[in-house]
Design a protein around this ligand. Structure first.
Ligand SMILES: [Cu+2]
Length: 128
């Protein structure tokens, strides 16, 4: 009889443990957030201040919505960001609905259409 109760308690503990595991896993998933750059207005001019006041994490996704005939998104390094020149071999996104996952550290994006980056169509996003 005591054996039966012991095994029932073991099962209950296992169920509880599984429940906790699922809870932890779902928290991990919930922590990865998706941000629409520029919110409703999308990826546009004067975007440079958009990341201010937000806290990004590695694994979060940025969504860039824009007209691909008018803009693009280029992942650049700090020098490219500061100078508004995309280094050769930079990854260019041009679907108009690009989803880009943030890596840990600084992530820099510009629009490489002439004059757009100079018109503050650029963002620097720090992901923790
Ligand atoms: Cu542009």
């Amino acid at each position: 009889m005591s054996l039966g109760r012991g095994s029932a308690m073991g099962t209950a503990a296992a169920v509880l443990g599984l429940g906790l595991l699922f809870l932890m896993l779902s928290c991990e998933v919930a922590q990865a957030a998706t941000y629409t750059v520029g919110d409703a207005g999308g990826w546009a001019f004067n975007m440079v201040g958009w990341p201010n006041g937000k806290s990004f994490k590695a694994g979060d996704t940025l969504v860039f919505n824009y007209d691909p005939k008018a803009h693009n998104v280029v992942a650049v390094d700090k020098a490219g960001y500061d100078s508004c020149n995309a280094p050769p071999g930079s990854k260019v996104y041009s679907s108009g609905q690009d989803q880009i996952m943030l890596k840990k550290g600084q992530n820099f994006f510009i629009c490489s259409f002439p004059g757009h980056c100079q018109a503050a169509m650029k963002i620097a996003v720090a992901a923790a």
